[in-house]
Design a protein around this ligand. Structure first.
Ligand code: SAH
Ligand code: SF4
Ligand code: F3S
Length: 477
């Protein structure tokens, strides 16, 4: 059984960027591989854009690369272990081509800083998520034989002016970062340490990027942030924490940003991730209900169903508050898909408290969930304040109960799609058969149907007449 689900589609973890050639080549090949959340994948597209501008051609084969970059995740111990293993594979390249450079980017680079250079001798370059503009200088330094590092976090950097090179994409869905960093300090979480303070990106640059994506044939954008509901733009240079009430009132909030992006074109679908239960407002829900092209799907991580555990997690809401938010979604957007993240075996979690998580799941009936065993992270509040005292086998047993229940609920949800007609945006050919196409409905469920004359990027209406545990199958009507 797959106990540790990943933050995003497991099949994407470790995915290398596709081959892309620069206008003027410097004769060097870049291999760039990404782990972690969608924000990390979006950052890799910024990194690719900076390096292709400098003349690098990207390659899918690390054995022929002159420059190997891994964009890393530090969210759980397992994510870091995976990167360490991968670095071993890259040793082969150094043996064959001693001039090849290996760089570690992203959250694990930020967490470990110079320690990385001491522990992993083959690593030449260490770069944190706010320092990618410095990459060309750092590469030059490393080419001169010096170890290069920049892990300075910024309060301003949003890479707003850089156009990402969409290399891992299916050509239909694009990801757009709207905030960076996180100010929440959930006690289990390493992100505030690896990504720094929260900052919002200029809405004009977001709308411009959405328009460019639409013009290039994309039909769906996903707005990304660790807590999209706290998006707030009051003008360049103005910090959220120092705004007056009047400035706050005049600033653009997330609901307003959603509308601006939805108005780019009725045929551009808008999704977003992640919503935070303590900050998700009814304004956002009404905006979703108002615009057909804002998809009816919310990812609302609960983490635990116990108010006591939530308090220790420093999540800023109780079980009752969370249930009220779910009720608001069901009232304002009756057919909304709802997904979540759950952690099993957080510090001092009792059997009773674990049962509260199961009972909350019963009350909500999530369409989908990412489920994890608690993994203690250095420097976090939980590491400093609480003992990681739930034994591994108990964490595992609780997780498997959560996974089993979720599997049941996902199955029930999928069956409810039978005999319904959904508008589906076609993303490409189905994994199982060349004769079938796949896409998603507004609620984010996968829908598969016979190919006919249809192409990716088109919208079709599909009548569902069969299903597996997680996929809807039907015919275009
Ligand atoms: N910003 C998002 C979550 C980002 S991390 C939010 O607040 O909801 C994605 C998920 O990883 C989290 O929702 C949580 O379920 C999980 N996670 C984070 N830190 C973890 C840890 N130390 N151990 C296990 N799971 C963790
Ligand atoms: Fe981590 Fe909490 Fe911020 Fe999410 S909101 S990134 S869980 S600190
Ligand atoms: Fe991982 Fe960093 Fe994302 S720790 S989950 S890659 S923000």
């Amino acid at each position: 059984m797959e106990l540790e689900n990943k933050i995003i589609d497991e099949s994407k973890q470790g995915e290398a960027l596709l081959v892309k050639k620069p206008e003027v080549s410097n004769g060097k090949k870049l291999f760039l591989e990404s782990y972690g959340c969608q924000m990390n994948f979006a950052d890799s597209e910024i990194v690719a854009s900076i390096l292709i501008d400098k003349g690098y051609t990207t390659t899918k084969d690390f054995e022929e690369a002159d420059l190997i970059f891994v964009n890393t995740c530090a969210i759980r111990d397992a994510a870091e272990a995976r990167v360490r293993n991968r670095l071993n594979d890259f040793k082969r390249v150094k043996l064959k081509n001693p001039k090849a450079l290996v760089g570690v980017l992203g959250c694990m680079a930020e967490r470990l800083k110079t320690q990385f250079l001491e522990e992993e001798k083959l690593v030449d370059i260490v770069v944190g998520p706010d320092a990618y503009r410095d990459l060309p200088n750092l590469i030059e330094e490393a080419e001169d034989g010096r170890k290069a590092i920049n892990v300075i976090l910024s309060k301003e950097e949003t890479y707003a002016d850089l156009t990402p090179v969409r290399l891992t994409s299916n050509g239909v869905s694009a990801f757009i970062s709207i905030t960076r960093g996180c100010d929440n300090m959930c006690s289990f979480c390493v992100v505030p340490f690896t990504r720094g303070r929260e900052r919002s990106r200029d809405p004009e640059s977001i709308v411009k990027e959405a328009k460019e994506a639409f013009a290039a044939g994309y039909r769906e954008v996903t707005l990304l942030g660790q807590n999209v509901d706290s998006y707030l733009w009051a003008g360049g240079g103005l910090k959220k924490e120092t705004l007056t009430e009047e400035q706050k009132g005049n600033a653009a909030n997330f609901a307003q940003l959603l509308e601006k992006v939805a108005l780019v074109d009725p045929d551009l679908r808008v999704r977003f991730s992640t919503s935070h239960p303590k900050d998700m407002t009814d304004d956002v829900l009404y905006m979703m209900a108002k615009h057909e092209n804002i998809c009816n799907n919310i990812h609302l991580p609960v983490q635990s169903g116990s108010s006591k555990v939530l308090e220790m997690m420093n999540r800023g809401y109780t079980r009752e508050w969370y249930k009220e938010r779910i009720a608001a979604i069901r009232k304002i957007i009756p057919d909304c898909g709802i997904s979540t993240d759950i952690i099993s075996g957080f510090c001092a979690e009792t059997e009773e408290e674990h049962k509260e998580t199961l009972s909350l799941m019963e009350e909500v009936h999530y369409d989908f969930a990412f489920m994890f065993m608690y993994s203690e992270r250095p420097k976090t509040l939980a590491e400093r304040k609480y003992a990681d005292d739930v034994p591994e086998e108990v964490k595992r047993k609780r997780l498997s109960e959560i996974v089993d229940l979720q599997r049941l609920h996902s199955g029930i949800r999928t069956k409810q799609g039978l005999n319904k007609i959904y508008r589906v945006l076609i993303e490409g050919v189905s994994k199982k058969s060349e004769d079938m196409l796949m896409g998603r409905n507004s609620q984010n469920s996968v829908v598969v149907f016979p190919r006919g004359d249809h192409k990716k990027g088109e919208y079709v209406n599909v009548l569902v007449d069969q299903c597996t545990s997680s996929t809807l199958i039907g015919k275009v009507v």
